[in-house]
Design a protein. Structure first.
Length: 259
């Protein structure tokens, strides 16, 4: 793949000698919008952290933009899972976004007017600029997530990782959230870990299934196999789950190799 920005080969990782990821291979092209799915504990968040350079693989190789993840962190945005905010903590929306500009050794008072302007521009991209002076704790779940995306966007990333970003957002807010990501995808490659399969399927371009091993589907259709994986079903003990399309059980994509 000539325009690949992520290249992972034979990746292995274990916690306390317990395998979490085994023989993972993945190539991601610029402009992709990927949903990463799989059961809890299947290795999704671990894989994100490996691609961010927050963890080191036991074996195999990860190249982001042709380099080790640590060397290109400034080109990657990240919205982590479960960002908790004390609603009484006196920090404004603008200050939260400015956190994206912090670097090791830099002080809070060193934000220049240019940084503040860039933070406002990031808020404008996610339609939150009018809340810049408001306390972050006063916002709804969907509004907070937009602010956290702005914090990731303030460094003008080319690649954006999101880990379960809609866990605290209602159904209407989820649709609006993914519409925002769809707009950002015009210029940013996006990988999102999500359980909101029915909501996200209308926006993504491909699916990655992770359950210790990784299976890539180059289309956005959901399959019975994908839903079975969400429930952590195995070859020996499969779940009686099928997608229903026009009243009939329906599978679109091939099954995972080796299953």
């Amino acid at each position: 793949m000539g325009n690949a920005i992520i290249e992972i080969q034979n990746l292995n990782f274990a916690y306390n000698r317990q395998p979490v990821l085994i023989g993972v291979d993945l190539t991601v092209a610029a402009g992709e919008f990927i949903a990463m799915i799989g059961p809890n504990g299947g290795g999704k968040t671990t894989l994100l952290k490996l691609m961010l350079g927050l963890l080191k693989a036991d074996a195999g190789e990860i190249r982001i933009f042709g380099k080790a993840p640590q060397e290109v962190s400034h080109r990657i945005g990240y919205v982590p899972q479960d960002v908790h905010v004390n609603k009484d903590f006196p920090i404004s929306v603008l200050d939260v976004v400015l956190m994206g500009k912090l670097r090791p050794g830099s002080g809070w008072s060193r934000h220049s007017e240019r940084h503040r302007q860039e933070a406002r521009q990031a808020l404008e991209q996610v339609e939150m600029e009018k809340f810049a002076g408001q306390r972050i704790g006063e916002l709804s779940g969907g509004q907070k997530q937009r602010v956290f995306i702005a914090r990731a966007l303030v460094t003008d990333p080319e690649l954006l990782f999101l880990d379960e970003p809609t866990a605290s957002i209602d159904a209407k807010g989820q649709n609006e959230f993914y519409r925002l990501l769809n707009e950002l995808n015009a210029r940013i490659t996006i990988i999102v870990v999500s359980h909101d399969l029915m909501v996200i399927s209308g926006f993504i371009k491909s699916v990655v299934c992770v359950n210790r091993r990784l299976y890539y589907h180059g289309q956005a259709e959901l399959t019975g196999d994908m839903i079975e994986m969400m429930y952590d079903c195995t070859v020996q003990e499969t779940c009686p789950v099928e997608l229903i399309a026009h009243g009939l059980p329906h599978r679109v994509l091939h099954t995972h190799e080796g299953e």
